[in-house]
Design a binder for this molecule. Structure first.
Ligand SMILES: Cc1cc2nc3c(=O)[nH]c(=O)nc-3n(C[C@H](O)[C@H](O)[C@H](O)COP(=O)(O)OP(=O)(O)OC[C@H]3O[C@@H](n4cnc5c(N)ncnc54)[C@H](O)[C@@H]3O)c2cc1C
Length: 404
């Protein structure tokens, strides 16, 4: 179902072509198969293979490295379409996109040449890792550490938590402490491009000391794995410090926070996508189901719900596109990205819940797609900064911009 106001969303011809292509892909390949992969909690390998062929792992990677070289706005439009299909699919691309962004913005020329061409093709996929068992929001409290040895490599020790694509990724952008005494603590944090064997739990040889425990069992967001990572004497060459040892040491926190800003636009687009799908399902079901002699869509209470849902979807989409367009224009968009993430993830939850209610008892049945949406959606309230953290960011930025 096309969005009614599409012609006013000012898509370029390229953006129209891309979103139409991805919507068709979602309708034909993702939506009909999501139930199976969700139920089995199985990685959707055939879908990922097709995504590689469509170039979806290189959307924002420059053409000189084999990517499509598209901007954040087009990427956000693509993510909306993928998430409309199944947010686990967008999750497979999401951490990869953040890894590509980190490399494009902060990587040395050698790092870009080494990783970006293979990443554009999806041959190597990227994950990123900040969270630990004892922390998520409070990133400066990270305990995993790296110490330089006599051989010039950095030995990493510690445990990470909730790493999306933790098993199948080939590179993990990992934030660790390199100076425990730094004051403020964020100045003692460094991002390492930690390489490993994709799909291997117990790494050996040059990657020895990097273990991926079994995936975490989750209420939703299945198919894509979320794992812990254990670093136990893992040696990372100094050249794998993002941006190089000289420029990158102690810069990890700033680099990661920059990446999370575009990550928030990405999560906002995921909220729009899942809400759009929930709205479509509700519009269809409410015209099929009859109670008291008429379609439930003809009861005013249901129409009001549909009205609120559609309004929230459109508002979330507009906020998301504004944040993306500002970033693409080189304008500061931290505040706007926070607003988009906060609003779209909360709107997503509300719209999915309303769609669930409209489905009555059938919404509780696994026969109906909305049941999966209801389990998948809450992740968006948590990942890349909870709603409380978004409000903190928005509040702080507001006061900075309007200081009297
Ligand atoms: C499925 C899934 C995938 C994930 N993927 C990744 C990934 O790929 N990489 C990665 O690094 N992380 C990942 N995460 C982790 C995610 O980023 C964290 O869960 C999130 O940042 C919240 O951290 P926490 O769970 O430790 O909660 P906490 O930080 O412990 O927060 C608990 C509660 O307290 C609130 N709170 C915390 N501090 C404040 C404050 N100052 N004021 C008010 N309220 C506060 C929070 O909003 C929350 O409600 C993933 C999480 C999930 C569930």
């Amino acid at each position: 179902m096309a969005v009614a106001t599409e012609q006013y969303l000012e898509k370029t011809d390229e953006q129209k072509a891309m979103t139409e292509m991805v919507r068709k892909f979602a309708d034909e390949q993702i939506i009909p198969n999501a139930e199976h992969y969700d139920h089995e909690d199985e990685f959707p390998e055939p879908i990922v293979q097709q995504m590689k062929e469509l170039g979806l792992f290189g959307v924002t990677i420059p053409e000189e490295y084999g990517g499509l070289g598209l901007d954040l706005t087009t990427y956000a439009m693509i993510v909306e379409e993928l998430s409309r299909g199944w947010i686990s699919i967008s999750g497979i691309v999401n951490t990869h996109f953040i890894g590509s962004y980190l490399l494009m913005k902060f990587g040395t020329d050698d790092q870009k040449h080494k990783y970006l061409p293979a990443m554009a093709e999806g041959k190597i996929r990227a994950a990123f890792s900040l969270s630990e068992p004892e922390l998520g929001s409070d990133v400066q409290a990270i305990k995993t550490s790296a110490v330089k040895g006599d051989d010039g490599t950095y030995e990493i020790n510690g445990q990470k938590m909730w790493v999306t694509n933790g098993l199948r990724s080939g590179v993990v952008f990992t934030l660790v402490k390199t100076d425990r005494d730094a004051d403020p603590p964020y100045k003692g944090m460094t991002c390492f491009i930690a390489e490993k064997e994709p799909g291997v739990a117990e790494n050996t040889g040059e990657y020895a000391g990097f273990t991926v425990p079994p995936k975490i069992k989750k209420m939703g967001y299945k198919g894509v794995e979320s794992t812990e990572l254990v670093f136990d004497g893992y040696h990372c060459p100094a050249e794998n410090i993002l941006g190089g040892e000289e420029a990158g040491l102690g810069q990890g926190f700033v680099q990661m926070m920059d990446a999370l800003e575009v990550g928030r636009v990405n999560v906002a687009a995921r909220g729009v996508g899942i809400a759009q799908r929930a709205l479509e399902l509700a519009l269809r079901y409410s015209q099929e189901r009859k109670t008291f002699g008429k379609e439930i869509a003809q009861h005013q209470a249901i129409q009001f719900k549909l009205a609120d849902m559609a309004t929230k979807v459109d508002a979330a989409r507009l906020l998301t596109l504004r944040a993306a367009r500002m970033k693409d224009a080189g304008e500061r968009s931290d505040l706007e990205a926070g607003m988009a993430k906060l609003f779209a993830s909360e709107a997503g939850k509300e719209v999915v819940e309303d769609s669930f209610r409209i489905h009555g008892g059938y919404g509780y049945s696994k026969e109906y797609e909305v049941e999966r949406l209801y389990r998948d959606d809450p992740l968006l309230l948590i990942g890349e900064g909870t709603s409380e953290i978004q409000r903190m960011v928005i509040g702080r930025k507001l006061l900075q911009r309007h200081k009297i």
